[in-house]
Design a protein around this ligand. Structure first.
Ligand SMILES: Cc1cc2nc3c(=O)[nH]c(=O)nc-3n(C[C@H](O)[C@H](O)[C@H](O)COP(=O)(O)O)c2cc1C
Length: 362
């Protein structure tokens, strides 16, 4: 799917989607670490057709997956978030709509997927209030507050390409005058980096999280938690769930892999706090690994965009169909009759292979 997407996209859009921050070490580490996770299979447990169903934030989903919030999906396909949200509805998984979506939250929610709204805390507080009201009014089922973007990570592919949005794409949830910078070519930075610096509040604090908690009765999820101490603090202010994520390697370029951070966060919070995972999920087996380490669900990022680039709504549907089949295979082969049994599997970590030997040795 990734290769097909590459053939369909202009190089600068490809760089925006696939790139990470700095030397992209975190981007690579997310994959290396997931590949090192080993699960010991169980046998003779009668797992004929494992069930993939799971409750996410108290509502049933057909698989323990959701579409990660991703900005500006019309860059990739004219149908953008609408096509991806319809595919999510078809797959029976939640669609998390970004504040920086290229269709409005009302249009996205109208596609009929379980919709969660991802909130970026904007400098313009009245806009935040307005977005919260709009998301509630159009039936969003949860707020996902992203907390790992005090500023945008330096994504060198975008800087080098002088990346900017074409005139046909803009952050449709925001007033036109609040979005213009993102389409103007900038000197030695990318236009979306400049726009993020202008629009997003760099000093978001726990007090803001508490205020949001008080404003809305919808489930509140914090996205971008890596340290168990932050997860504990989140529970203390009434957050319902956290997403262990390093933003797909796009933010802090010295962060550990997200999968390495997962089990310590799971161990630190009470079971009432659901822990989600993202950053690096590429197969159903990866999903099982996250479940074995205690995640309730996993968010799928770039693969959704690759599907969108390859074949619009059908491409995203194919991505979820593949992930579903692979997860079912993985559960059966590991001896789990249902996703809930994954957390009973024994997890080990393949040791690091010294780089001079490169890859597998016979
Ligand atoms: C093109 C792109 C745009 C993104 N935009 C947002 C966003 O608007 N808000 C957000 O919280 N995360 C955003 N993310 C991060 C994703 O939600 C998610 O954390 C990450 O992509 C997961 O890693 P993966 O792509 O390796 O699966 C974006 C990621 C990509 C690739």
């Amino acid at each position: 799917m990734e290769e097909t997407a590459f053939r369909h996209l202009p190089l600068d859009v490809w760089g925006f989607i696939n790139g990470g921050s700095g030397d992209e070490g975190v981007l690579r580490e997310n994959r290396v670490a997931l590949d090192r996770v080993r699960l010991t299979p169980r046998v003779l447990r009668g797992a004929e057709e494992p069930s993939l169903e799971r409750h996410l934030l108290g509502r049933p989903a057909r698989m323990p997956l959701a579409v990660a919030p991703m900005a500006y999906q019309r860059l990739i396909d004219e149908g953008g978030e609408l096509a991806a949200a319809r595919a999510a509805r078809g797959a029976g998984v939640p669609f998390i709509a970004s504040t920086l979506s290229s269709f409005s939250i009302e249009e996205i929610a109208a596609q009929g997927a379980a919709t969660w709204f991802q909130l970026y805390w904007l400098r313009n507080r009245s806009l935040v209030d307005e977005l919260v009201e709009r998301a509630e009014a159009c039936g969003c089922q949860a707020f996902v507050l992203t907390v790992d973007v005090p500023r945008m990570g330096r994504r060198l592919r975008d800087v080098r390409a002088g990346f900017r949005l074409p005139d046909t794409v803009r952050a449709a949830n925001l007033p036109v005058e609040e979005t213009r910078t993102a389409s103007l070519r900038q000197h030695s930075t990318s236009a979306i980096m400049k726009h993020t610096a202008e629009a997003l509040e760099p000093a978001l604090s726990w007090a803001d999280v508490e205020r949001l908690r008080q404003r809305s009765r919808l489930p509140l999820v914090l996205k971008g938690i890596m340290d168990p101490a932050d997860a504990v603090r989140a529970v203390g202010v009434g957050v319902d769930a956290v997403i262990v994520s390093n933003h797909g390697g796009r933010q802090f370029d010295a962060a550990p892999s997200s999968i390495r951070a997962l089990s310590d966060v799971v161990a630190a919070v009470p079971s009432s706090c659901e822990v989600f995972f993202d950053s690096g999920i590429r197969s159903g087996t990866d999903v099982l690994k996250a479940m074995a380490l205690g995640a309730r669900g996993a968010l799928v990022g770039r693969p959704v965009l690759w599907g969108l680039a390859a074949a619009g709504e059908r491409g995203v549907a194919d991505v979820f169909s593949l992930l579903g089949h692979e997860l079912e295979d993985a559960l059966a082969l590991a001896g789990c009759a249902a996703v809930d049994e994954a957390c009973g599997l024994t997890v080990s970590w393949r040791p690091d292979v010294p780089p001079e030997h490169g890859g597998e040795r016979r």
